[in-house]
Design a protein around this ligand. Structure first.
Ligand SMILES: *[C@@H]1O[C@H](CO)[C@@H](O)[C@H](O)[C@H]1NC(C)=O
Ligand SMILES: *[C@@H]1O[C@H](CO)[C@@H](O)[C@H](O)[C@H]1NC(C)=O
Ligand SMILES: *[C@@H]1O[C@H](CO)[C@@H](O)[C@H](O)[C@H]1NC(C)=O
Ligand SMILES: *[C@@H]1O[C@H](CO)[C@@H](O)[C@H](O)[C@H]1NC(C)=O
Length: 472
């Protein structure tokens, strides 16, 4: 009983295997593209392959496009179907089957699962646009390169090339524009571009655009901004002229003068001359200038000149002047000290003590010193003399030396000791003489009084004559 059951099981298994094999012979084949992608360009060759599942004597294959048998493939024993020059109309779903011929006749396998063929047009060659377009660019200018092509409904990446190597500064490859914000002479070269169509299991290059040449020239050598007169510090109310001077061999079409960043407008500003009259504090600033020079139908700007600072200062005030002793009176041979004091501190100050006859005594101060003193030993050559003294200072301000107004004058009187003694002698002599006269007068008055007592009646008419002296 157990043996019969076992035999039955084997038979059953055998039948199953036989049936399976039979089924396997007719199993559906696989269809695939020889290439690893399914999108082809118009004009490319497409090769489809039909692969039967097992080795068996296969007698032929049939290919179907959109479920319709592709004409001419039925009689073929070849497992490959080739489209030599793909057209847009070749796109569609493709399937295949195979058949065998045996004792039971011709038997066809099941139809394969489909594959889909897409056809896209060859990407058009792009063109490279340069904006703005110039025969010559100068340093610092901005330029945009754009890779232009007809619209494509696919993902695209762009490549820009300079002298056939990839532009490294171009990074966002999904953008068709490459922006160069500030050109340098190193950017000179021949440019082209290319784009790649992505998203079809393959990368489809467009081919390179026509080349465009970019030439960048360096800016012209900087000019020099000059002030005339050539100070950098000006007193309120003074006039000055600014002059922009280009290096001599350069032809210049235009000048511009700037105060800080603002261009100055004036009748001759474009010729590089700007006049400032009656300067005020408002013009104190940094100035610079530039010029433009023609080259290849373009005007190339220069590098800006070094900036020049304009200082505006108040007129100098007169100094304070004192003497010691304050009375200004001094004996011959005595010392007098003169003090001169500037009202402000300057980088360097030089004090001058002057009088109306002799030369000047100058004293240089150290930095930040505002007062100077001199002591003069007064010597008198002849009789009592008086000399008027005053002081002035020279202040150095931003390299310019300015002389202050004069201080008020102070008179210094030198008296000789000798002449004074002589004067005293005269005084004493005169005093003695006066004393003698007074004594003489008293004596005479007393004598006169004695006479009047004798003849008092006689004197009366004399009095009427107006000769009376006693009233003195
Ligand atoms: C500045 O120029 C004006 C006009 O030319 C003139 O009248 C004036 O005297 C000048 N001022 C000075 C300080 O030179
Ligand atoms: C110079 O400027 C001052 C103040 O702005 C003004 O009072 C004076 O009249 C001006 N002088 C001249 C000559 O323009
Ligand atoms: C005047 O000054 C000098 C030196 O500064 C000094 O030698 C002299 O004694 C002074 N004369 C008087 C009168 O003070
Ligand atoms: C005083 O002396 C000066 C020279 O030291 C001379 O020039 C002047 O004439 C003299 N004055 C008198 C009044 O003699």
């Amino acid at each position: 009983m157990y043996k019969v059951l076992q035999a039955c099981l084997y038979l059953w298994l055998y039948l199953l295997v036989e049936l399976g094999l039979y089924e396997a012979v007719l199993q559906r084949p696989k269809i695939f593209f020889s290439a690893s992608y399914t999108t082809f360009l118009t004009g490319e060759a497409v090769l489809l392959e039909c692969q039967a599942p097992a080795d068996s004597t296969i007698h032929g294959y049939k290919f179907f496009k959109n479920n319709n048998e592709v004409p001419g493939t039925g009689a073929s024993s070849r497992s490959k179907y080739k489209i030599s020059l793909a057209k847009n109309s070749d796109a569609g779903s493709y399937t295949c089957l195979y058949y065998i011929s045996d004792a039971r006749g011709r038997q066809e396998s099941e139809v394969s699962f489909p594959v889909f063929l897409s056809i896209i047009d060859q990407p058009s060659t792009p063109s490279l646009l340069v904006n703005p377009e110039q025969s010559l660019y100068f340093e610092g200018e901005t330029v945009t390169l754009e890779c232009v092509h007809s619209n494509i409904n696919s993902m695209i990446t762009y490549h820009f090339y300079k002298d056939t190597s990839k532009v490294q500064s171009y990074q966002d490859t999904s953008k068709s524009q490459h922006h160069i914000a500030s050109l340098s002479t190193k950017d000179s070269g021949t440019y082209d571009c290319e784009y790649l169509v992505l998203g079809h299991q393959r990368t489809i290059p467009s081919g390179k655009s026509k080349q465009q040449t970019i030439t960048v020239t360096a800016l012209s050598a900087p000019p020099l901004l000059k002030f005339l007169p050539s100070y950098s510090a000006f007193i309120i109310g003074e006039n000055l002229t600014m002059e922009c001077e280009a290096p001599s061999p350069v032809p210049v079409t235009l000048y511009r003068i700037y105060k800080e960043e603002e261009e100055l407008k004036g009748p001759s500003a474009h010729k590089g001359i700007y006049a400032l009259q009656n300067v005020t504090r408002a013009v104190q600033a940094e100035y610079y200038c530039m010029y433009w020079s023609p080259k290849s139908n373009r005007e190339i700007p220069s590098i800006p000149s070094p900036t020049k600072e304009l200082y505006v200062i108040d007129p100098l005030r007169p100094p304070l002047f004192f003497v010691e002793p304050p009375s200004g009176r001094i004996w011959d041979g005595g010392n007098v000290t003169l003090y001169c004091s500037a009202p402000e501190e300057y980088e360097r100050t030089r004090f001058h003590f002057l009088n109306d006859t002799d030369g000047i005594i100058s004293v240089s101060s150290y930095k930040k010193q505002t007062t100077a003193t001199v002591t003069i030993n007064m010597r008198k050559s002849n009789s009592t003399s008086s000399t008027k003294y005053f002081c002035q200072y020279t202040a150095e301000i931003k390299g310019r030396s300015l002389l202050s107004p004069k201080s008020p004058q102070i008179e210094i009187i030198v008296s000789a000791k000798g002449s004074l003694l002589w004067l005293i002698a005269i005084g004493v002599g005169a005093g003695i003489a006066v004393l003698i006269i007074i004594v003489a007068l008293i004596y005479w008055v007393l004598l006169a009084k004695k006479d009047t007592k004798k003849d008092i009646e006689v004197s009366k008419p004399v009095r009427d004559g107006g000769c009376k002296v006693t009233s003195l």
